[in-house]
Design a protein around this ligand. Structure first.
Ligand code: ATP
Ligand code: MG
Length: 341
């Protein structure tokens, strides 16, 4: 089938690669051996599309360059975090086919741990709702009198399940994570996640950005996992895994997916931060304001999909993503690929 989709989408056909999966934002490809045509199961090509979501809908209108911004920002963060975070990252190379240059990256193919690792430095969203009801988030007691947008005394690990496609991630307690992956791995996931957010905020804070919360994902090399459990590499890749039986000292817990991007995190402008009300979103406010304005003609409470975005909203939103990248990294956004060390 010819690839007729726009460059904003991930390609259906990418020569030398097999498309394995398309997620909400990314396409995952296995490279094929140029000589034999056989699939290389040790690596993945991760390609970010320009798709954007708002109010739980994936919009029909892409934001040009968003995929490249997300990929380049992640690469930059992986580099910033290495040495600070006591875990290797999954990036192998950003030297990718021209069709996906800038928004694609080769990574180690991992068996992902079954936990969405969330940490919160500020109180809002689901964390705020839980605090209002119980005075705690994920079982961690918090001081009284915190408001929407308040900074927490320290970042808190608030994990959730990895929901199947089409379902929502559900918050789980730390004890649930211990049940899922065992106490040793649970402690590692918690400590790594909190360290990433804390260090991320140290860097972002100097550049006028607050990272309210973030989600990271970790995986384990399937061969290490196979050895640790005495199972086959195929089973370690796809089969059921008894994570609690894995000795956390014999496997590398690898930082995967994307890190500290506007898609995985809430970014706020430090200069606009005002606890006691919902904060404006660094990246999505223009879009949300338009969608909920009479101009869009869209009823958020209906089942109807949001309408196509006007060009002005597309350009203003694109500019926010580019600005976030440029402010954080101190580099001009050129769309060019860079490989971290
Ligand atoms: P989410 O909303 O949680 O991000 P998604 O389906 O939208 O889910 P995408 O970001 O579109 O996810 O696709 C990325 C997928 O690739 C995720 O399922 C993630 O777990 C997976 N992934 C990321 N890094 C690796 C890796 N190194 N090895 C294997 N899988 C990975
Ligand atoms: Mg994702």
């Amino acid at each position: 089938t010819p690839d007729v989709r726009s460059p904003s989408e991930v390609p259906v056909d990418l020569p030398g690669h097999e498309l394995l999966y398309t997620g909400k934002v990314r396409g995952l490809y296995a490279p094929l051996d140029p000589a034999t045509g056989e699939r290389d199961d040790s690596r993945l090509l991760l390609v970010a599309s320009d798709r954007i979501s708002a109010y739980d809908h994936i919009l029909d209108t892409p934001i040009p360059d968003k995929g490249t911004v997300l990929t380049q920002l992640s690469l930059w963060w992986f580099d910033q975090l290495s040495g600070v975070v006591d875990a290797p990252h999954h990036v192998v190379s950003a030297d990718v086919p021209a069709a996906v240059a800038g928004r694609g990256v080769y990574v180690r193919r991992l068996r992902m741990l079954p936990v969405e690792c969330v940490a919160r430095a500020f109180l809002t969203g689901g964390g705020l709702a839980e605090y209002a009801a119980t005075g705690a988030v994920s079982g961690v007691r918090l001081p009284e009198g915190l408001a929407d947008g308040s900074r927490l005394p320290q970042p808190v690990f608030t994990p959730s399940t990895k929901a199947p496609v089409g379902e929502h991630d559900q918050p789980i307690s730390y004890e649930d994570v211990e049940q899922l992956v065992g106490p040793g791995l649970a402690a590692r996931l918690r400590d790594l996640t909190v360290t990433i957010l804390r260090h991320g905020n140290e860097i972002a804070g100097r550049r006028g950005i607050l990272i309210a919360d973030t989600k990271v994902e970790f995986g384990v090399d399937p061969h290490q996992l196979a050895d640790a459990l005495g199972i086959s590499a195929e089973a370690a890749m796809d089969g059921p895994v008894d994570w609690a039986a894995v000795d956390p000292d014999v496997v590398d817990v690898v930082l995967a997916d994307e890190v500290l991007t506007p898609d995985s995190s809430r970014f706020w402008r430090a200069s606009e931060w005002a606890p006691g009300q919902p904060q404006t979103s660094y990246d999505k406010q223009v879009l949300r304001d338009w969608l909920t304005s009479p101009a869009s003609g869209w009823d958020r409470s209906s089942d109807a999909p949001p309408p196509p975005l006007p060009e002005e909203v597309v350009q203003l939103t694109r500019a926010r993503y580019v600005e976030a990248y440029e402010n954080l990294t101190g580099r001009p956004f050129t769309g060019a690929a860079t490989t971290p060390n």
